[in-house]
Design a protein around this ligand. Structure first.
Ligand code: 5GP
Ligand code: MN
Length: 342
């Protein structure tokens, strides 16, 4: 755990400030939940906080309280730049390095004259002035709760803040099932329910909001599954043509990789998604036990993340992607066969 400049940050926030809060590119439930929760909390403390996201996030997160106040850096560029220019500090939430916002926004942030405060749970964070980094915590939302707790402000958590925090903890823990879900996580969740988070509604809004197209896309993804039992590995592919056939919307592929990991005996899963716009194959990796997909993604696919959930990219075709991946597997045979005891 790194806690740097906390007292100085407290002093800085002792008077009302103009604040911008940023999440990573392609924000997920934890990024959107944590940035909105922090915004609502800081506003309650008398500050003026604005959330600026690098790009769009999925429909199933748009119902979150205050979601309508979020600026998108890519298509609300002038409002976003204005907010950044007017701010006295920028909070970086749920990411560890500036390049995770994408190159356009990264350029702007690199020129930022004031200080950054990072709250994040990813490995190997960039060094910024104020930092709360803990890779053992399941979600940035749990860290925002603990940040509020460290400030002695748990009583300020209302239904809206509780709803945002619950959502991010739920999505980043795979609904409270990953190893990172601790007794402390459950105590925080219990408190968030006491403060008004409606667990059934949140679950329904996030997980039972599928379009028909999304289910058909899932069917396609599952029929593309390839399994390699000798490496306890499985992967799924989705081409641009398949995405188009089923009217792909942002967020439609979220969680699909977990179906590969749900196979009995599989401990390493991947999904390769063709992205013609960026001309890359976007990759998600998941694993069980000691096999670090963070390391695997860093070593081979320009990526990173956590030990059991990471992402990366491949500059080339789907065929090239599959060939490279299959070529790597034998190098990891022993590790894959000894990293998880069921
Ligand atoms: P997902 O597979 O859900 O997109 O991402 C899983 C985890 O890996 C997330 O914590 C995310 O921040 C991280 N991640 C995903 N893609 C990348 C990437 O291209 N680079 C890095 N460094 N991390 C990534
Ligand atoms: Mn997260």
């Amino acid at each position: 755990m790194i806690l740097k400049g906390f007292e100085a940050l407290k002093t800085f926030l002792a008077k009302p400030r103009n604040i911008v809060i940023v999440g990573h590119r392609n924000p997920d439930g934890d990024a959107v939940g944590s940035t909105l929760a922090l915004k609502l909390y800081l506003d309650k403390k008398g500050h003026k906080a604005t959330v600026v996201m690098p790009n769009e996030y999925p429909d199933f997160l748009h119902w979150l309280p205050s979601s309508d106040t979020v600026y998108r850096f890519d298509w609300q560029n002038s409002q976003s730049q204005k907010a950044i220019n007017a701010s006295e500090i920028i909070f970086l939430l749920d990411f560890n390095a500036l390049h995770r916002v994408g190159s356009d926004m990264q350029n702007t942030l690199e020129k930022y004259p004031n200080d950054f405060a990072m709250i994040d749970h990813h490995q190997q964070p960039d060094d910024v002035k104020y930092m709360y980094s803990d890779t053992s915590i399941c979600s940035t939302c749990q860290m925002v709760y603990q940040f509020i707790e460290m400030n002695g402000d748990v009583d300020l958590i209302d239904k809206a803040i509780a709803t945002c925090l619950y959502t991010g903890i739920m999505t980043d823990t795979g609904s409270f099932r990953f190893r990172s879900t601790t007794s402390k996580t459950h105590r925080i969740i219990a408190d968030l329910i006491d403060k008004g988070a409606e667990n059934d509604k949140i679950h329904n809004n996030v997980y039972d909001a599928n379009s028909y197209g999304r289910l058909l896309l899932l069917g396609q993804a599952l029929s593309n599954l390839q399994i390699f039992p000798e490496f306890k590995t499985a992967f799924i592919t989705l081409s641009e043509a398949e995405k188009n056939k089923f009217d792909f919307q942002k967020g439609d592929t979220e969680g699909v990789v977990n179906y590969a990991l749900s196979l009995k005996g599989i401990i390493f899963a991947a999904i390769f998604i063709e992205d013609k716009e960026q001309d890359i194959i976007k990759i998600s990796f998941r694993s069980k036990g000691r096999f670090s997909v963070n390391q695997f993604a860093r070593n081979h696919f320009n990526g990173g993340g956590h030990d059991n959930a990471a992402g990366g990219r491949f500059d080339g075709t789907m065929e090239g992607m599959i060939t490279s991946f299959k070529k790597l597997l034998p190098n990891y045979k022993e590790e894959l066969n000894s990293s998880y005891e069921a």
